[in-house]
Design a protein around this ligand. Structure first.
Ligand code: FMN
Length: 139
């Protein structure tokens, strides 16, 4: 069964900007092995990640991510069964820094600052759909 889990968290004091590279490297390595796909943004001091794949694998991965000391305040924003994936490469896409996608962040935000903790499930889905279609991603 395919599911999708969307959560937000905040980088902790232990997080260094260069950690993003090692998180993405681990994601690409591990997610490909278990057939998990998704996307990760870090904007306005908040991580927002969407994970999709087999229900057991997504749960297992999310529980491992929760133990990572580089972030805190994790909140599941949405968990849903899905018919198909949004991100069809076996990896973890990463959004370019906020400035490059500012218009998209703003379009789905209720205030001038990006705050996924306050976004509804429907808005989150629209947001990720638009990022995939029109967002700037890291290579
Ligand atoms: C915000 C955030 C997102 C992460 N996303 C993933 C992920 O999608 N896949 C993954 O394997 N690790 C992810 N990690 C890293 C894991 O917590 C963990 O460090 C990593 O899976 C360990 O991999 P390794 O045993 O291959 O070194 C993430 C960490 C953070 C802080």
């Amino acid at each position: 069964m395919l599911v999708q889990l969307t959560y937000a968290s905040r980088p902790s004091l232990a997080f260094k900007p260069e950690d993003l590279d090692s998180i993405l490297a681990a994601s690409k390595r591990n997610n490909a092995r278990v057939g998990v796909t998704g996307a990760l943004c870090l904007a306005n001091g908040i991580f927002l990640q969407q994970l999709e794949g087999d229900r057991m694998e997504v749960n297992r991965l999310y529980h491992r991510i929760l133990t990572d000391p580089r972030h805190r305040d994790p909140v599941v924003l949405n968990f849903a069964e899905i018919n198909s994936r949004r991100f069809t490469t076996w990896a973890m896409g990463s959004l370019a820094p906020l400035e490059a996608n500012r218009h998209i962040y703003l379009k789905y935000s209720r205030s001038a600052s990006f705050d996924p903790y306050g976004m509804s499930s429907a808005t989150l889905q629209d947001f990720f759909t638009e990022l995939l279609a029109n967002g700037e991603w890291l290579k």
